[in-house]
Design a protein around this ligand. Structure first.
Ligand code: PMV
Length: 375
């Protein structure tokens, strides 16, 4: 047994948020803020999990988990979602009686679910120390739970020899082949189902494969090649409810169908145009593509305000970055939350620093990172 390391990226929506709820296309891209996992063998028959970001530290005897495995082995097929009975059993075992969805409890349930299901598949329970830490904030719409599930799936499946571990002695980076990524993704999706109930599967697909993907009407399709783009990611720290914002857009659409339907169609066209530009950039990198990407960002930001998901904090991000010649839009649900600002390859560090200073003065958190990162 060896010590395993796995990492997975978060995600942002480049274009198509909200429109995707109404059957239009959205583009989701990997963001190079990552979650990391280290899994080390132990020899005392215990399994421990440490999650410093959410302040959780758990340890069980594998023998006390043994009775639970039975509930997870009953003719499970690869694509079967976690059942309510299984989740209830785990909650009871872990002692979570309240229904409040604390991040810590959900992370624990997802771990137990994946550990027990994978152990029941391979027929033994690994005694390991697992440490997971992340550069991603939780609950900001950046796919932190998916990155967590992807890391757990990759490590547990490798540790249980369901798939191989692609890193040879002395290598620092290895990648799983496509068939094994598909296995990791399907288990990560089940981890996401434990955490979110009924997720779209986009976040775990981006976390597993990286790059960019288009999703529309429940179908997820990876873009063949995407360039790595520099972005500034800003968290306004303004709390918002995705559910309330999605409902607001639906109300507007019902009230003014003739006005709102064309707006969603325009957003759809932006996603398609952006996909074309990204593929052209990957084939032939050139600065000439940037003005197009910037214009698409500006137009979509206005359209998203029209459908009612803007916020004064997001306007502040757009104004602050525009004063440095940069272009921004909200990403995800809007109404606060996060925004992305496109940087060019030749945007000077002094410009980025000045923009970050202005955004920090507004009370926002910023990271300079890349999109189109590896899975
Ligand atoms: O903030 P996030 O990453 O959860 O994104 C929400 C995206 C929406 O289109 C607004 C909702 C959805 O389910 O697609």
């Amino acid at each position: 047994a060896q010590t395993l390391f796995v990492s997975a990226p978060g995600k942002v929506i480049l274009h198509g948020e909200h429109a995707v709820v109404h059957g239009k296309a959205a583009l989701a891209v990997a963001v190079n803020l990552r979650t990391f996992l280290k899994m080390a063998p132990r020899n005392d028959g215990k399994v421990s999990v440490e999650l410093p970001n959410v302040g959780a530290r758990l340890c069980w005897e594998t023998s006390e988990l043994q009775p639970l495995v039975v509930a997870f082995s009953a003719d499970q097929t690869e694509s079967q979602p976690p059942s309510p009975e299984q989740i209830e059993k785990l909650k009871e075992f872990a002692g979570f009686t309240n229904r409040a969805a604390a991040t810590q409890s959900l992370a624990t349930l997802a771990f137990l679910y994946l550990y027990l299901s994978i152990a029941s598949k391979c027929g033994f329970m690994p005694s390991v120390d697992i440490l997971v830490w992340s550069e991603l904030p939780t609950g900001a719409g950046l796919g932190s739970s998916a990155a967590y599930s992807v890391c757990l799936a990759g490590a547990l499946l490798s540790g249980c020899r369901v798939i191989s571990y692609p890193l040879e002695e002395g290598q620092s980076v290895g990648r799983w082949p496509e068939e094994e990524l598909a296995v990791i993704n399907s288990w990560a999706f089940r981890g996401e189902q434990v955490i979110h109930g009924n997720p779209s599967g986009v976040d775990n697909a981006v976390g597993t494969r990286g790059g960019a993907l288009r999703y529309q009407a429940g179908k997820i399709c990876s873009l063949k090649s995407v360039p790595t783009l520099r972005i500034l990611l800003t968290n306004t720290l303004v709390p918002r409810s995705t559910k309330v914002l999605v409902a607001g857009v639906k109300d507007k659409l019902m009230k003014f169908p003739a006005i709102m339907e064309p707006v969603l169609t325009s957003i759809d066209a932006i996603s398609q145009e952006c996909e074309r530009v990204l593929e052209a950039m990957a084939a032939r990198p050139s600065l000439e593509h940037y003005p197009v990407l910037e214009e698409l960002i500006d137009v979509n930001q206005h359209l998203l305000s029209v459908v009612g998901v803007g916020h004064s904090s997001l306007d502040q991000v757009c104004q602050a970055t525009a004063s440095h010649g940069l272009h921004s839009k909200l990403t995800g649900a809007g109404g606060g939350g996060c925004a992305i600002t496109l940087l060019r390859p030749d945007t000077a560090p002094s410009v980025v620093e000045a923009a970050i200073r202005d955004l920090s003065d507004c009370g926002f958190e910023c990271w300079e990172t890349d999109i189109g990162a590896l899975g």
